[in-house]
Write a protein that binds this ligand. Structure first.
Ligand SMILES: Cc1ncc(CO)c(N)n1
Length: 233
C-alpha cells in the first residue's frame, strides 16, 4: 500500500499530510527514476549501485549524527530514546546491510575510508547537519523526516512490483520494504505532527521549507548516483 493511502487515516489535515502533498511532484519524479526501476528489476549496472551504496554509507554516517542531535533537542525522554535508537539503527544499517553489499560489490573498508562525498551527497548532509545543529527540535525533525518517509514509500513501491529472480539488490529492497522500517517512519511522522501542533506559524513555515528541501535532496542523491556524479574540479 503506497503512502497516499496509508497516511490518509493517520494524518488528514495535519502538518505532515500538507507537507506530503507539497512534495507530490518530487515524489512523482522519484518514482520515475531509472535507478529505482532498474534496482527493482535487478538490471541496475553494478558501478551505479556501487556509487550509490558508497555514497549512502557516507550519508548514513552523518545522518546518524543528525539523529543524535535531534535526540539531544527532544522535549522529553521518550523522544530522546526514540531518536537515539534511530541513530543506532542508522549505524547498524551502515555496518550491516552496507558492509555486506559493499563486500559483494568489491568495495573494501579502505575504499570507504578514503571515499569522498559526491557534490550532491555533501550538499545533503551539510544541509541536514546545519539544520540539526542550528534549528529548533521541530524544524530539525521535519528535515530528517523525508529520509524515513521517502524510503518507506519507495520500499513499498518496489515491493508492489513483481520480484525479480536472483535480484542482486534484494537485501536493499528487503531493508526498506520491512514493516519495521514502515513502523519507524510512521512514528516519526506522528512526532513531527505533535511538534508542528506546538510550533508557531513562523516555525511551521520553516518546517515546511526544510521538508521540501530535504525531499529535493533525496531525488538528487539518487540522480547523482545514476550519473556517477563527481566533483568537476
Ligand atoms: C540518502 C538516504 N536517505 C534516506 C535513507 C534511509 O535511511 C538512506 N539510507 N539514504
Amino acid at each position: 500500500m503506497r503512502n497516499d493511502d496509508a497516511i490518509d487515516d493517520q494524518t488528514t489535515g495535519s502538518f505532515t499530510a500538507d507537507a506530503w502533498q507539497r512534495i507530490a511532484q518530487i515524489r512523482e519524479k522519484i518514482d520515475a527514476l531509472p535507478l529505482l526501476e532498474k534496482l527493482s528489476d535487478g538490471s541496475l549496472p553494478g558501478d551505479v549501485f556501487r556509487h550509490y551504496i558508497l555514497q549512502d554509507t557516507l550519508y548514513l554516517n552523518h545522518y546518524a549524527r543528525c539523529l543524535a542531535i535531534v535526540a539531544a533537542k527532544a522535549p522529553d525522554n521518550a523522544q530522546v530514546m526514540r531518536f537515539l535508537n534511530s541513530a543506532q539503527k542508522a549505524i547498524q544499517v551502515e555496518q550491516g546491510l552496507h558492509a555486506g553489499i559493499l563486500a559483494r560489490f568489491g568495495v573494501t573498508a579502505d575504499d570507504v575510508a578514503v571515499a569522498e562525498p559526491s557534490p550532491s551527497g555533501f550538499a545533503y548532509t551539510s544541509f541536514l547537519m546545519a539544520t540539526a545543529y542550528h534549528c529548533s527540535y521541530a524544524v530539525a525533525l521535519s528535515a530528517i523526516l523525508p529520509c524515513f518517509w521517502i524510503y518507506w514509500d519507495v520500499g513499498e513501491a518496489i515491493k508492489g512490483r513483481p520480484a525479480a529472480i536472483d535480484n542482486p539488490y534484494q537485501s536493499w529492497i528487503d531493508t526498506y520494504g520491512d514493516p519495521q522500517f514502515a513502523a519507524g517512519a510512521r512514528e516519526v511522522i506522528a512526532l513531527t505532527d505533535s511538534a508542528a501542533a506546538a510550533a508557531s506559524p513562523t516555525e511551521r513555515a520553516q518546517m515546511l521549507d526544510v521538508f521540501v528541501r530535504a525531499s529535493q535532496y533525496e531525488w538528487m542523491f539518487w540522480d547523482s548516483a545514476w550519473k556517477l556524479e563527481a566533483w568537476p574540479v
